[in-house]
Design a protein around this ligand. Sequence first.
Ligand code: 13P
Length: 254
Amino acid sequence: MKQKLIVGNWKMNGSLAANQALVQGVLAGMQGLNVRAAVCAPAAYLASLQVLLQGQTALSSGAQDLSMHESGAFTGEIAAAMLREFATRYVIVGHSERRQYHGEQDAHVALKAQQALSAGITPIVCVGETLAERQAGRTEEVVKRQLAAVIHTNGHCISEIVVAYEPVWAIGTGLTASPQEAQQVHQVLRQQLKAATPQADRVAIVYGGSMNAANALSLLQQPDIDGGLIGGASLKVSDFLAIMAAASQCAQAS
Ligand code: 13P
């Protein structure tokens, strides 16, 4: 099994002081772990994050959103090239909170992924069904439609993305997809990527939705779960490190 990717999504949390304590604690505790890791900070903190992460390679910096445009009269928006100036390695696109509260649609998400890729930033493309969609048996149809838009717009570059399967009903609720439920969806996404690129195995498909210290190992042990996108538990040093330790254990076992 290859190295797992563990990404913290801080969402709209933090302060200069809290971020510093969190990053320093994570960096100190992750030494020796066999894991790829990143934290996605609010845009206002990306400059300070760059300073905190200077001179080390264990933990990368990420953003939580970007503009679907390259530059121009888009008040409040942040361009991919701007993120790049702060050594941003990843950017989350199409998070369900953006789809739900900011009206983002599949086509917007696809363009955002395209902007990120053209600036050399890895987009973490989020897909996931709502509870109503799951209960109606529409999970596969929904996630495939969401990913198809990104594949369609980004063509052969698709092997450069990360996919995050985040069932909406599992985000911040304490409810988690069981390892089997998650694996089943990840497998569907892998097949979809395989049909689009011969390099589908390079694409990390990570799981997000109430992943925590207690459930991380059983999720990460699934063959198509290549890592995690972690909200609440990424804000506590000990919880985030415990998830990374589980990821490292999976990589060692391979
Ligand atoms: P929680 O881990 O808090 O459920 O959030 C998941 C998420 O939305 C990560 O992007």
